[in-house]
Design a protein around this ligand. Structure first.
Ligand code: GLV
Ligand code: MN
Ligand code: MN
Length: 412
């Protein structure tokens, strides 16, 4: 097989991400939640690419699409490459999906190099937590950490996770079999940085040392809905005003706590009308820190502050925890191999923690995991202007080639 130029591969990977971005639940923007109809289109595109590479393709009960390349002279355990194909609402084209289009290029590079290395490319069904409020559904199942209680979760339309899986033609009773078997040696995820660091340092790629821990909560503030014109200010129990006071407190605490990021990104107001005092408000809290104790301490302080605000304003407060995920270090050996490949590709070796959550966070509990981050122009992500530079994709592919050569040398 003759070697395809990396610039051509980079162009193809970007074009495919842009094509996949058009596979959406909404006409003019990219929104693709867990197992919604556009996921079938993404599966069809990736399946066609995988089959063209001679891979054996399947979809497991968690909705993860997998393509396995088993070279005729294969020996050793397989390398797994992949990322997620769900998105946030009004997403960019590269978060998650780039990890798939690059993984397919890497698989083809391994074929060009005639490596005896079995490779599996996995498109995880869910990482963002948008549809059911709990993230990593796909990689959780792949890591063998799927709790069957999750099947009862409901989306905004009252559809349970279990029903969503069935509606996609899959059997939720088989989720246990979605776990990665013992024939896998490691997992590598390529992902955009989603932040400004690499751009500021003028670097195309970095290797991840650890992924920051994250907590997600939902807080429900209950007051009393009433007429906006007739109810004096001192007699109100305004759930939205209480939540708003607390949202400012969240921002203030994060601003003055080194390393903490905390976000209220979602708010649902009842009845959500200009002339009605809000009776009930639900808000999300997403808090992250590389140090687990600092994260937990901050979340406890914020929940205590919420209780104080609710008490002072005569509101009721309830909260539930959707996620308490500790920080996860990447595998030392695999990370060193990636760092070595970066240097061999003639690039500076930058090591950094990831503030974004990634499937590698779950998979690390099952098999050694490592990650390569690519520069995000403008530091933008989780919004439509998210983009990549073609030369950075080519650089990542050069790293990938060096990485595969090193891995292949180890198993020959
Ligand atoms: C995933 O994109 C996250 O929220 O970090
Ligand atoms: Mn994301
Ligand atoms: Mn992602």
């Amino acid at each position: 097989m003759s070697a395809r130029p990396l610039a051509e591969r980079a162009q193809r990977a970007i074009a495919e991400c842009r094509r996949i971005a058009a596979m959406s639940e909404e006409p003019d923007r990219t929104t693709r939640r867990f197992l919604t109809p556009p996921v079938r289109e993404v599966h069809a595109l990736l399946r066609a690419r995988m089959e063209a590479l001679g891979m054996t393709v399947s979809v497991n009960a968690a909705g993860n699409l997998s393509g396995v390349w088993q070279p005729h002279h294969a020996h050793g355990k397989r390398l797994i490459l992949g990322s997620h194909i769900d998105t946030v609402p009004n997403a960019g084209a590269f978060d998650g999906v780039l990890g798939l289009t690059l993984a397919l290029e890497c698989a083809e590079i391994a074929q060009e190099l005639n490596l005896p290395l079995p490779i599996e490319v996995v498109a995880f069904s869910e990482e963002e937590g948008v549809r059911f409020g709990v993230p990593f559904i796909g990689s959780r199942a792949a890591a063998g950490r799927f709790d069957s209680a999750l099947l009862k979760l409901k989306d905004a339309d009252g559809v349970t996770l279990e029903d969503a899986i069935r509606a996609f033609g899959l059997d939720p009773g088989q989720i246990e079999n979605a776990a990665i078997d013992s024939n896998a040696l490691g997992f590598v995820e390529f992902h955009i940085e989603q932040g400004p660091v690499l751009e500021a340092e003028d670097l195309p790629v970095a290797v991840v040392t650890a992924i920051a821990g994250q907590s997600r909560h939902t807080l429900t503030w209950t007051g009393r809905a009433n007429h906006a014109g007739t109810t004096p200010m001192r007699l109100r129990r305004d759930a939205l005003a209480g939540a708003a006071e607390w949202i400012s407190a969240v921002e203030s605490l994060a601003q003055c706590t080194e390393g903490l990021v905390a976000t209220v990104g979602r708010i649902d107001v009842e009845p959500n009308a200009a002339n009605v005092i809000a009776g009930e408000v639900r808000v999300s809290l997403d808090a992250r820190h590389a140090d687990d104790a600092s994260r937990k301490g901050a979340v406890e302080a914020l929940l205590a502050q919420a209780q104080g605000i609710a008490w002072r304003r005569g509101l009721e407060l309830q909260y539930t925890c959707q996620m308490d995920q500790p920080a996860v270090p990447m595998d030392e050996h695999l990370t060193a191999l990636l760092a070595d490949a970066i240097a061999a590709a003639g690039l500076s070796v930058k090591r950094m923690a990831s503030g974004a959550g990634h499937d590698a966070m779950m998979i690390a509990a099952r098999v050694p995991a490592a990650m390569l981050l690519l520069r995000s122009p403008g530091g933008l992500s989780h919004q439509p202007e998210e983009t990549v530079l073609e030369e950075d994709i080519a650089a990542a592919l050069a790293v990938c080639r060096k990485f595969l050569e090193r891995w292949g040398a180890g198993i020959r």
